[in-house]
Ligand binder design. Structure first.
Ligand code: PMP
Length: 434
């Protein structure tokens, strides 16, 4: 198999490094080989050297319909030909989108728009503190909820830092780090002990209902229900961070699938199929504390909130889901992929676990289903790097980190899946022989 040519990417990357630290505009985008992307179309992305890849990274998840989906593009263009942004008032697009979200997402009596998932989780946590008059927050080891000080601890901790104080960044406020308590996913006893050890102090518990930031660690039966009950019992708000799961697994979010209603929900990514918009939603009595309502005492603001581009894209994305069997289709392809990979592992005698839900899958090079971040320390990271690299050389683009997930969109075809499976089989055979 010929090694792909990436000379133009390499040249442009050295130019990028002159102007931008590390040549990239977000952490963990800096991977080997460094590719400069020029074009995206449906299920495919193209680099500066003209190499085509089937894209399963999906920019970390937004592309539930595929890149530059024609209907979404058309609606965005239509919107920006007549409107853009107003510093005051409300747009017709904001109202239409709010109505859709409140109709579909069980926990959403009311919704507010912002521009990124980090903003959404920040607002939800600040609101929880205001409502409860408490300071502390519970999150889970391995969950990611954005870059701000409230949540950026114990994300992808090194093995010796699991369960310890592990700020994700230099420069974080000690007070924020210390008021965020970290529990083990799928361990209700741990959560209960944490509530008991901090009586009357925990404002909220924030959780990814499926741990997609470490691939696909599913909540075990009863776990989300248990969190709901513990939060109610101890007077804390339950926040479902559905920035990845929302709209990807169901138009009503994973809360609809699981039948558990949180107090607050944060959304982003698949909400607008790649255009920038995010949301925080929840019970009316909570949401009306935001000072978008006169008399509210929780500050909520943003110059670009409700911009025509994001709102039009989100309306179009949700319309696609309302009118077409988007989830049925992507779930079917997801199952075809997962089963196909399991069959390959069996044929070749590879010890690996294929996890997933709906349109998402992750191959872990470990034997048993992982239940939390610690379990993933058994994963063979070195093998993953070689596996990903060989797949890249065959035109398959997966997330660069060994415990991340892959996404299938409405633009992928059965042929894409079958070609990918063929490549996976070839690569695993090669790796086995080497
Ligand atoms: N929550 C979750 C579950 C996420 O996966 C992410 C981003 N990966 C965020 C919040 C933060 O979103 P953003 O990058 O848009 O700020």
């Amino acid at each position: 198999m010929a090694v792909i040519q990436t000379n133009k990417s390499a040249m442009l990357y050295s130019e990028a490094n002159q102007y931008t630290p590390g040549g990239v505009h977000t952490s963990i985008r800096n991977v080997d080989p460094h590719l400069i992307f020029t074009t995206a179309d449906g299920a495919y992305i193209y680099d500066a050297d003209g190499n085509r890849y089937i894209d399963y990274q999906a920019a970390f998840g937004p592309f539930v319909l595929g890149h530059r989906h024609p209907y979404v593009t058309e609606k965005v263009i239509e919107a920006i030909q007549r409107t853009d942004l107003f510093g005051v008032g409300t747009t017709d697009l904001e109202i239409r989108l709010s109505e859709k979200i409140c109709r579909h997402v069980p926990s959403a009596d009311m919704v507010l728009f912002c521009n990124s998932g980090s903003e959404a989780t920040y607002h939800a946590i600040r609101l929880s503190r205001a409502v409860t008059g408490r300071r502390k927050l519970i999150k889970f080891q391995g969950c990611y909820h954005g870059w701000h000080d409230y949540v950026a601890r114990n994300m992808l901790s090194a093995p010796d830092m699991i369960g310890k104080r592990d700020p994700g960044s230099a420069g974080m406020m000690d007070e924020a780090v210390d008021n965020t308590l970290v529990c083990t996913f799928n361990d209700l006893d741990d959560v209960e002990q944490t509530f008991k050890a901090n009586p009357g102090e925990i404002a909220a518990l924030i959780v990814e209902p499926i741990q997609h930031n470490i691939g696909c660690v599913l909540p075990q039966p009863g776990f989300l229900q248990g969190l709901r009950e513990l939060c109610t019992q101890y007077g804390a708000l339950l926040i479902f961070d559905e920035v990845i799961t929302g709209f990807r697994h169901d138009i009503g979010g994973f809360q609809k699938v699981a039948g558990i209603t949180p107090d607050l929900t944060t959304m982003g990514k698949a909400m607008a199929n790649g255009f920038p918009i995010a949301a925080v939603a929840g019970k009316q009595s909570l949401m009306e504390r935001f000072n978008t309502k006169p008399g509210g005492d929780v500050w909520f603001a943003g110059t670009y909130n409700g911009h025509a581009v994001g709102t039009a894209a989100s309306i179009a994305t949700l319309e696609m889901m309302e009118r077409h069997n988007v989830h049925e289709y992507i779930f079917r392809l997801g199952e075809r992929m997962r089963q196909g990979i399991r069959d390959i592992h069996q044929r070749l005698g590879i010890k690996a676990y294929v996890a997933g839900f709906g349109s998402v899958w992750t191959t872990y090079f470990l034997e048993n289903e992982p239940r939390n971040y610690t379990d993933l320390m058994q994963n063979d990271a070195e093998l993953y790097v070689a596996y990903r690299r060989k797949l890249l050389e065959r035109g398959i683009f997966k997330l660069p980190m060994n415990i991340k997930r892959n996404h299938i969109s409405f633009s992928h075809t059965e042929e894409d899946i079958d070609y990918t499976l063929q490549c996976i089989e070839d690569v695993l055979k090669e790796l086995k022989e080497s």
